[in-house]
Write a protein that binds this ligand. Structure first.
Ligand code: EPZ
Length: 426
């Protein structure tokens, strides 16, 4: 059991340090497998998904050593191509191991990630690209097995800029012979981070940051050290908290260069934003204004912040709509927000919200990582006590949401056993 208890209606005031990015750290950890040697990764967040990836890498024969936020991975002992079942199922990102394991060991066997609470999440684009590079794919509904004596660079056209598929292709391409060109690649900042990490190890990639990537494969790789940037989704979540609760907060090390759409939405909602070096100041007087949003691949508004903005809309002045265009089932949180008194109607992938303030405290349940964080944000604007149950989902991606929001003056606490897991794996 894990619960976050929140006493709402406290204005926020304080400073929050933004943790390293989950969605950047996980592919970087997977990519470390491409090289036989030692890589040092700094600013790795202490979150459940990272601990799970560490367990997977150890199960494959690597050694992982975490000292604070610095993670050292020694991949010289990599010998196993079978991703451990339990951890593979626990974390969907285990699919990222397809490319690097095929590249290094020429073989991989992992459980099929299947659907999850935010949608079906197929991996057809990953598999088809790896096939085009020479891999033979087999398996059943439960597991994917792939072999490739030799991966060959080729031209790959993605019909949708899938983040995970782009990452898998990039990693396979670094190990492949010849040049791989990816047309229609995802442009999310986390892709750029992965490219920079691969370059640190000796890879050569053209077009970084664009929708066309060209990888010169087969170059020798070497040891390297790399720093993961701040998490734009965590920073966006805390901006959402200021908008919902009101107050004045300084976010340290928020990656503002990659937050244009989020900052724009916050400003439209009436949040005053100012930036000085690595400090982002956000000030919110009164209730947020209603803002309409549509999610999409980067640089459009991130689907990962849709639930948080939905929570903000619930307390906004007036009516707003939010359209979800990436994950079809990402409105599961709407029902729980309604239990906090919100007025939301979902129709054809769009949430129509009539704002009201304050919401009322209640017991609600997290169904996924970002939806769970959004419930915490909404509870900050609810009268009385709220409880967010099953908040282990939140621990998958937020190092310590209670610590961070408490630093900004919120009143909330965590009850549960996820921390023990951290002690065991540290
Ligand atoms: C990454 O997931 C992120 N996860 C997600 O973060 C994020 O929401 C998503 O990108 C979009 O930005 C990590 O980086 C670990 P996609 P990913 O492949 O790679 C469809 C979070 O909360 N699709 O870009 O799985 C798919 O169903 C999360 O931190 C196919 O149809 O996202 C979805 O509709 C959750 N076939 C769309 O593309 C495929 O083979 C986007 O998926 C692959 C994807």
């Amino acid at each position: 059991m894990s619960v976050i208890r929140i006493q709402g209606l406290q204005r926020l005031h304080g400073e929050i340090s933004i943790q390293g990015s989950k969605n950047a750290a996980l592919p970087v950890m997977a990519a470390a497998l491409l090289h036989s040697g030692v890589v040092v990764i700094k600013n790795v967040p202490g979150i459940q998904d990272v601990f799970c990836m560490m367990e997977i890498l150890e199960g494959l024969g690597c050694r992982c050593c975490r000292d604070g936020h610095t993670l050292t991975i020694d991949t010289r002992g990599l010998c196993c191509w079978q991703v451990p079942e339990d951890e593979g199922r626990r974390m969907r990102s285990s699919v990222m191991l397809l490319g690097p394991l095929l590249g290094r060991l020429h073989r991989v066997n992992t459980c099929y990630p299947g659907g999850c609470s935010i949608g079906r999440r197929p991996i057809d684009l990953h598999l088809s690209a790896l096939e085009q590079m020479g891999a033979k794919i087999c398996g059943d509904e439960e597991r994917v097995e792939a072999f490739a004596e030799k991966l060959c660079g080729t031209d790959i056209r993605l019909c949708f800029p899938s983040v995970g598929a782009t990452e898998n292709i990039l990693m396979a391409a670094v190990a492949a012979e010849g040049i791989t060109r990816i047309y229609g690649a995802a442009r999310e900042p986390e892709i750029q981070v992965l490219c920079r990490f691969l370059e640190t190890l000796g890879a050569r990639i053209d077009g970084i940051g664009s929708g066309f990537l060209q990888v010169h494969g087969g170059r020798p790789l070497h040891d390297g050290e790399f720093t993961v940037p701040g998490d734009r989704i965590v920073a966006g979540t805390y901006l959402g908290a200021v908008m919902a609760a009101g107050g004045e907060v300084c976010l340290l090390d928020a990656p503002t260069d990659h937050m244009a759409e989020t900052l724009c939405a916050a400003q439209q909602a009436g949040c005053m934003i100012e930036q000085k070096e690595n400090r982002l100041f956000a000030k919110m007087n009164g209730r947020p204004l209603a803002v309409n949003l549509a999610t999409g691949p980067y640089p459009e508004f991130s689907t990962d912040l849709q639930s948080v903005m939905l929570a903000v809309s619930c307390v906004a002045q007036g009516e707003s709509w939010i359209q979800e265009n990436v994950f079809e089932e990402r409105f599961a949180t709407a029902g729980e927000l309604t239990r906090l008194g919100a007025d939301i109607r979902i129709e054809d992938g769009t949430a129509f919200v009539r704002g009201k303030y304050p919401l009322r405290g209640n017991c609600v349940q997290a169904f996924d990582l970002r939806g769970g964080a959004a419930l915490v944000v909404a509870a900050l604007a609810a009268e009385g006590e709220s409880q967010v149950h099953d908040c282990f989902y939140i621990c998958r991606g937020y190092e310590d949401i209670c610590r961070d929001l408490t630093a900004a003056g919120a009143r909330l606490s965590f009850e549960g056993n996820e921390r023990k897991y951290e002690e065991n794996t540290a």
